[in-house]
Design a protein around this ligand. Structure first.
Ligand SMILES: [Zn+2]
Length: 103
């Protein structure tokens, strides 16, 4: 077991997990249920983490995640729920939170 990613949100962790799975890399999300309770701010230690089962797949996993993060940069992350939105959206498709205006 090796940690390859610390996600800002559970949705993001699951996106990474799905992406790795599609490349044949088995992973699991830890801290899945520890954040988001009672409206408290999550400490760093409770952010969702993605761990892979096989350490020999680390290099591939990190490359996929680097690709993933560069794609996320082309989207706006919702401040309310952390969901990625297309840059053309004005409000989050998921929770209706207003999104930051693109520059
Ligand atoms: Zn949202």
């Amino acid at each position: 077991m090796l940690r390859v990613y610390i996600a800002a949100s559970l949705a993001q962790a699951h996106l990474v997990q799905q992406m790795l799975a599609s490349a044949g890399i088995r992973s699991r999300v830890l801290n899945e249920y520890s954040s988001g309770g009672l409206g408290e701010l999550a400490a760093t230690s409770t952010w969702p983490e993605v761990w892979i089962d096989r350490e020999q797949q680390t290099a591939l996993a990190r490359r996929l995640i680097a690709d993933f993060e560069s794609r996320v940069d082309e989207e706006k992350l919702c401040a309310g729920c952390g969901e990625p939105n297309p840059t053309t959206f004005d409000i989050c498709w998921r929770c209706d939170e207003p999104l930051p205006v693109s520059t």
